[in-house]
Design a binder for this molecule. Sequence first.
Ligand code: SF4
Length: 371
Amino acid sequence: MKKVSIVSTSRGTAAGLQEALDRLGGLARFVTRGDRVMVKPNLNGDCVTDLGLTEALIRLLLDLAPKEVFIAESTFGDAANTRFFFQKSGYAELAGRYGLRLVNLNESEAVETPVARPLALEKLKLAREVFEADRLINLPKMKVHYATGVSLALKNLKGLLVGDEKKHFHDVGLDRAIVDLNNTVPVHLNIVDAITGMERLGPHGGDLVRPDLLIAGAAAWRTDCVGIRVMDYELKEVGHLARYLEVNGLDPADVELAGLGIEAARHPFKKVNMANLLPPNIRVRQRNACCACLNALILSGRFLERPPAAPVEVCLGSLPEASVAGCPQIAFGNCAVKRCGPGLPKVEGCPPYPFELKKVLERNFKKAEGN
Ligand code: SF4
């Protein structure tokens, strides 16, 4: 189905959802009686899939007499982190109220799954529940993202990975690994929650905005092609989407819009900006570093409990020569790690996982960190 619906939620979330689904031919086109349905929201951080949207969807799903509806997610960090977000977001209470399973995929058994046309990974470690569901409904949140430009439907599937597999995605190249993931897991319906969204930085630490929109469609790449236009991003700024289209020979214009047009829905999102985003005493030295690495550094700074007590120079990208900084240095990102040689403390990843800088600082610069 080429159709992607864009609807306003200004008349209410449930009414907006109904309209978005009606414009695709109704929810019964995607789910039938007796199906086991997995609902996959985004519960990472301060800007999560709207509780009212998920509840409205659950009500519509239960009317179709499925075998089971369950909600499943793995956030960044470990299973305890995911449990924390289940409580904080209200999803634990929601699931309890409807008697649904709320599955912490960070506690799931990981099933090694071969990738059909591998770009970065031959195999993925996916949660067992992915294979138990007959239907997967993806409920991403519209956000800018420090490493991938935006976080929409393709990116949201990263929450089907178990534990360290998320970090592994950063090690092997995040954009390409997201393409592998989406070429492996079948999704039946995507409903992008842009009731509120996050701009300037994400998935944490940015500013909340209120576009009051839903974007729904059968194909994640189509909802994302529409989503980035609504956010005023260009395809070249969203590496994983561009690669997905390229690898699968898809045309971003091959979308049939239903409901609002792009112009009526347009809500430009402020992009990630380095200025004033790093903690004191973190100096940056970089050449040709991708936005993903720069943004990963910004987010890493957010996870430091305190800024370094003395200056530390963080090197990124394709640096040509040794620095004369006169302060300790760290190579950040696989490009800098290769260029800087074995002598420097390093934060590996492409881009690095945002908790790693803190660990490397603690390991190598105890005094500079003021511990
Ligand atoms: S490691 Fe290199 S290629 Fe990867 S995100 Fe950083 S600068 Fe870009």
